[in-house]
Design a binder for this molecule. Sequence first.
Ligand code: UD1
Ligand code: MG
Length: 452
Amino acid sequence: MTGRTSLTIVLAAGEGTRMRSASPKVLHPVAGQSLLAHVLGAAPKGASSALAVVIGPDHGSVADEVRRLRPDAATFVQRERLGTAHAVLAARDAMTGGVDDLLVAFGDTPLISAATFARLRAALEKGAALAVLGFRAADPTGYGRLLVEGDRLVDIREQADASPAERAITLCNAGVMAFDGRQALPIIEKIGNANAKGEYYLTDAVAIVRQLGLEAVVIETSEDEVRGINTKAQLAEAEQVMQARLRRAALEAGVTLIAPETVYLAADTTFGSDVTIEPFVVIGPGVTIADGAVIHSFSHIVQASIGKKASVGPYARLRPGTSLGEGVRIGNFVETKAATLEAGAKANHLSYIGDAHVGAGANIGAGTITCNYDGFGKHRTEIGAGAFVGSNSSLVAPVKIGSGAYIGSGSVITKEVPADALAVERSQQTNREDGAKRYREMKTRDKPPKAS
Ligand code: UD1
Ligand code: MG
């Protein structure tokens, strides 16, 4: 593939009305990323690989997603939905520079892999003018059928135009195609709309290639790789396929998953060596887990980095902006957000740590809350290295606790605590001699105690 330039055009102008959602179809997520992000992630990258995305009118949010993922990509608006060939021509301006390989993919097939794009391009390198991705459909209804003679692809027949004999064919068009870039534009411009739907079908390119005496070939793949998403049920099926892939890849990379089928990963989760994930853990986007870390059951983690040998959960919630250093311990019912905990810091039970920096080796007692929000703005809490925050303390931000300081349990801390100071903020305890005894006697005078 070295040296060949490419342009990938991703068609994403579909309305996705069958998703019954206010957001465009290609923005729905699988494994924590939009359908479009998966397709763009698989498309060729690098200096010799251009990208264009065709979107529908009023799809500003899709254009935003393209910009976020591939700032170098061009977006084109297809004003009227007149078919897949018409959609490709909406990106005509991206084609005029001339490329070796023109690839067309659909924005709603998130399971496509980079290796498949490479296989299609390899067929062009061997001399084909057009390589079409095909698959054997369990139920071919609705797909374009691939008409082959020997190993040559001669035509594609859309469902609405197919004869009963053609409808019996199970080899189907996945939708991904690779054109020899020198021929692509004149071929696609020849496509007409004389068919049952009156649409400009990109699939008609095959017959045109044949008429020109050029070669079209089929590259086969599995149905799982080319599932198109039109409904929420299909979205859920794609999620299952993607999760199975991610779990297998994690296991192959040496991650211990005790019950893999109960762990949800994101497409961008990264793992060090000897990571263990217990059953029923949900990992969202932007998570890195370093060597030897253990994630205990029922934890939920999004946009967080977990240091070496850290321990998280059970029942922990790490929200965006969490960064845990080496050996940090986050225990049950602890929530963190925009919080850095340096090496060896501990919050073992029932805490909220938000907009905070916790120094190395600090201990956050059970029930500690950083009161980071006053109803108007968010404020930071700084806790120094080796500080000890007694249980059930409220740290009212903005506030600083110096290194080595000690906070007495139950304190409401509103002022800075200097390093190595002891801060206690609670009312004096009074003990009344025999007070409990006298209280019980008073109460039982009228009424005997309940049998327990
Ligand atoms: C298409 C193929 C069919 C193939 C199937 C695979 C054609 C004519 N048919 O059929 O052979 O088996 O996909 O899933 O290509 N789009 C636009 N603008 C348009 C029309 C479509 O951007 O005017 C986009 C859609 O957003 C979608 C893709 O092109 O991402 C495919 O369109 P869709 O209507 O789903 O085509 P199918 O009928 O599924
Ligand atoms: Mg479709």
